[in-house]
Design a binder for this molecule. Sequence first.
Ligand code: HPA
Ligand code: ZN
Length: 340
Amino acid sequence: MNPQITAFIEGLPKVELHLHIEGSLEPDLMFELAKRNNVEIPFNSPEEVQAAYQFEDLQSFLDIYYQGANVLIYEQDFFDLTWAYLLRCKQDNVIHTEIFFDPQTHTARGIAFETVINGIDKAMQKGREELGISSQIIMCFLRHLDQDSAFETLKQALPFKDKIIGIGLDSSEQGHPPEKFKEVFEAAIGHGFLTVAHAGEEGPATNIHNAMKLLGVSRVDHGVRCVEDSGLVKQLIADRTPLTVCPLSNTKLKVFENMSDHNIVDLLRQGLCVTINSDDPAYFGGYMTDNFMAVAEALPVSLEELQAFSLNAIEASFISDEEKQRLVDLVTRFSREFLA
Ligand code: HPA
Ligand code: ZN
C-alpha cells in the first residue's frame, strides 16, 4: 500500500464504538486464564485456538466466542482482559472507546454481575489515568435469550447505573428481531440509558428500521444492509444516524465475500455517518489500525475520507460536546501536521 496512507492510518487518532470486550480475548490470554482458573478448553495450544477461528457465518462464530468466555471467572480476569485491550488501543492511537459487554454470558455461569463490571471498570479507570484513553461501558442483551432474561439483567444493572452509558443488543440476528425487545428498551430508556442495537448485519434492512423506531437507538451497530432500502438510506443520511461498521468482522463472517465488495466507502460518500470498528478483534484478525488498513488496501479511499471516519466516530460517541471538541482538535491537528 501507499506508504503515505499507511503512515496516516497509524498516526490518526481513532475512536472505537463497536467492541465486544469478550471478543478481545486473545488465544494466549485464554490459555493463561484456563490454566490459572482450572477451566478445561478443547484446545492444546494457543495456535490450535487460532486455527479454529474459521467461520461460515455469525452463528458459527458465536458458538466459539461463548465457549471462549468460559475462562473468565474472577474480577481480575475481567480486569486483565480489559487492560490488554486498552494497551492495544494505545498502540493504535485509539483515544476514546465505548466497550460492549454481555452480562448474560457470565451470569448464566454463576458469575456475579458486579464481578464482571468491576473488573472492566477498574481497568478503564487505569486506562484513563495511565494511558490517557477515555472510555464508556455499554451493556448488551443477548437477543437469542428471551425478553424476561433481558429485564432481569436490566434490574441487575441498576445499582451500577453510573458506570453504564447505554444498552445494546447483540448475538444471533436471524429469528430475533428488534421488536422482541421493545418493552425492555423502553424501560431502559426510562432509566436514562442511551440505546444502540446490532441490526442489518445478517438480518434485513427492516431490522434497522425497527431498531430506530421501536428501540430508540442513537446508533446502529453494523447496519450495512441498509442499502437494500433506498428510503432508509435517505433517512439515515438526513438524520445522521451513525453506523458502527466492522470491516474485518464482515469479511470473516461472510457478510461480504471480499473487502473489495464492502460498501463502507460508498456509504461514506453518500453522506452517511459511518465509522470503522473492530467488533471482536481477537477472532477477526485485527484491531482498529488493522481495520483501517484493510479498508484502505481494498478500496479507493483518500486521506480526507480516512480522517472523516474518525470525525464521524467522535460525532457519534456518547461524550459531552466539550469532550467531542477536544477530540476533533486532536484529529484535525494530526492531519494538519501530517500534511505540512
Ligand atoms: N454480531 C452479533 N453479536 C455479536 C457480534 C456481532 O458482530 N460480536 C459479538 N457478539
Ligand atoms: Zn458486534
